[in-house]
Design a protein around this ligand. Structure first.
Ligand SMILES: [Zn+2]
Length: 611
């Protein structure tokens, strides 16, 4: 109930009444056997209830309780294996539950089955934890021999909780807009305040490096990223965001467009209203439309398409009770796996075809093509959204208009829908990138994303495109702890002598678009944009005025320089700015550092002969 003051005094409010009602329902539903529609079988024996079921969905288990329950399931279900893929900064194990009918618990064995590998990550925002409890129910049902046919669909990699440290920062006051679990939920960010769903590309956190490491090893064919919304009230309990073509490569998009409507239809047949993710274009006017795009590679939905993989962003609706939200995610997982039983081989084939196409476009002898560096919204489509009825009120707290929804009422509206992107900045595809040696912020990211990188064993001269940066605009406040920067970029063709040890990032590799987004300065999440390379803007060495003065007096003997200096002084602001005057002269001396403003990344127009 966002913005509703009465909700702030939590005990004794609507929430408490709902809690009482939930408790009654839990009793009626014989050992908590979930929401009305699913699963079809008899109720679960009390000792096999998931911790959330046992708590009547008032609580979600701690990480230790979650792992203990998973260990019980693994002991009963030989197709389930638990592995650690890293350690959080507070020392908790990052755990993945691998589900495989063939007990193919290594990447090579899983690939040999020919089935898709599907990654489900829960709790990237740890307060939005529906996916964890839904996955526990799915795995429990399989352990009890229910819906065993779903084991045929895929190799599943279930990360029960990704942001494990945030998950343990439990409070009923977290997530003010979200209806449960009422006894408390975890916190959005890591302990040191990083949002893991802004860290897919820049990989600043150990958690993100560990999860992308898992992705590098397993190369899952599909990612599912489970969240809970904020914002508007509507009838859908299950909303989703998809990266689509042209952001997503054509063969993979074709698979998605063919299969996704069936998955949504199955979900709706099971009684869970579903529609695309709703973010209002105008805060207090639903009629202006919705935006479902979540595209920058800082998000899962922007990252996986760079690796030619489809990704489903699940956003259950915050104003629906926890029980109902978990049931919707559980039903979705069933519907998705049911579909993959038939469509899994086609997904594997589509991903492989897309990878081959990326590699082919990057070959040294490939015809010219482009890489898209940044995107913008395409023309809107139209969609009918089942909003709850609302009034527009003026907030006495903020002084701004806001929407007060009346839950349970209907005011469906056909509105503009920003669904797809079109290229905003595209550049000729280079044969690869060259990175000057000595920039660990770049080198470590290339390695962490599993990109193929070679090192030139000896110096050589190559035809390259340099990128000179000027006029940097730095953000006024930090974002994700960083000062973002936007410069002007000037590209120029030059023949350059490159030292031994220069990194070579060839374009003929399947994940090359990851390198494009890291290295092209105009990309929204490039290392430059996030401020990792801002030393390039700094002048590091100084020249004393007496040295500069001697240089200037000698230089002014040249009439051309003298005329240029006179013209410069006609600008009164410049003439009054001793620092600007200092730099004007310093840049003309042989002492000036020519690397200031030059990106240590070069676009290769020809590939170096491979050793
Ligand atoms: Zn979220």
């Amino acid at each position: 109930m966002p913005g509703s003051g009465t909700e702030l005094g939590r005990p004794g409010t609507r929430r408490a009444r709902r809690r009482a009602a939930v408790a009654v329902l839990a009793g009626l539903a014989l050992a908590g056997a979930a929401h009305g529609q699913a699963p079809p079988e008899a109720p679960v024996a009390p000792d096999w209830r998931t911790p959330a079921e046992a708590a009547g969905y008032e609580a979600t288990p701690s990480y230790a309780e979650t792992l203990a329950y998973l260990a019980r399931l693994a002991a009963r279900l030989p197709e389930l294996s638990l592995e650690s893929f890293g350690v959080s900064p507070q020392g908790r194990p990052l755990t993945v539950a691998i589900l495989s009918k063939e007990r193919a618990f290594t990447p090579a064995a899983a690939r040999a089955t020919g089935k898709p590998i599907v990654l489900i990550e829960n709790g990237i925002h740890a307060g939005e934890i529906d996916g964890k409890d839904a996955c526990l129910e799915l795995l429990r049902d399989l352990a009890l021999g229910r819906q065993r046919e779903l084991l045929d669909a895929a190799t599943l990699l279930v990360v029960p909780v990704y942001n494990v440290d945030g998950h343990e920062r439990v409070s009923p006051w977290n997530r003010p807009n979200q209806d449960g679990p009422v006894r408390g939920m975890g916190f959005r960010t890591t302990a040191d305040g990083h949002d893991l769903n802004r860290d897919w590309l820049k990989l600043e956190t150990p958690e993100a490096r560990a999860l992308v490491g898992l992705v590098n090893r397993w190369r899952p064919h599909l990612d599912v990223d489970v969240h809970v919304t904020d914002g508007v009230d509507l009838a859908w309990v299950f909303t989703y965001g998809l990266a689509e073509a042209p952001r997503l490569s054509a063969p993979v998009d074709a698979w998605l467009q063919a299969r996704w409507p069936g998955v949504v239809a199955a979900l709706e047949r099971a009684g869970h209203g579903a529609g695309p993710y709703v973010s209002l274009v105008a805060e207090a006017d639903p009629a202006q439309g919705i935006d479902s795009r979540v595209g920058e590679p800082r998000f899962s939905t922007g990252y996986f398409p760079l690796r030619n993989r489809p990704v489903v962003l699940v956003e259950t609706h915050a104003r629906k009770p926890y029980r109902q939200r978990v049931a919707a995610v559980r039903a979705f997982l069933g519907a998705l796996l049911e579909d993959l039983r038939a469509s899994g081989p086609a997904l594997v084939a589509a991903v492989e075809e897309a990878e081959r196409a990326t590699v082919a476009r990057g070959r040294p002898d490939a015809p010219p093509s482009e890489v898209v560096v940044a995107w913008r919204a395409a023309e809107p489509e139209r969609i009918r959204v089942p909003f709850s009825d609302w009034t527009v009120e003026r907030s006495s707290a903020t002084g701004r208009d806001f929407l007060r929804f009346r839950p349970g009422t209907g005011r469906a509206l056909e509105v503009p829908w920003l669904r797809r992107d079109v290229p905003a900045v595209a550049l000729p595809r280079p044969r690869g990138y060259l990175v000057l040696p000595g920039w660990p912020a770049i080198e470590s990211r290339l390695a962490d994303h599993g990109l193929v990188v070679e090192r030139l064993p000896e110096g050589r001269e190559l035809e390259v495109e340099t990128m000179r940066l000027s006029g940097p605009v730095f953000a006024a406040r930090p974002y994700q702890g960083r000062t973002r920067v936007t410069p002007e970029v000037l590209r120029a063709r030059e023949r350059r002598a490159l030292p031994a040890g220069t990194l070579w990032v060839p374009a003929d590799q399947p994940d090359f678009e990851v390198a494009v987004q890291l290295l092209e300065p105009e990309a929204p999440d490039s290392l430059l944009a996030w401020g990792f390379l801002s030393t390039v803007f700094e002048n590091k060495e100084y020249i004393d005025t007496w040295r500069l003065e001697d240089f200037a007096l000698r230089a002014l003997a040249d009439p051309a320089v003298a005329a240029e200096w006179s013209r410069a002084l006609e600008d009164e602001a410049f003439a009054a700015d001793s620092r600007a005057r200092y730099l004007w002269w310093f840049r003309r001396t042989p002492h000036w550092d020519r690397t200031v403003g030059e990106l240590p990344v070069l676009r290769a127009l020809e590939a170096p002969a491979r050793p």
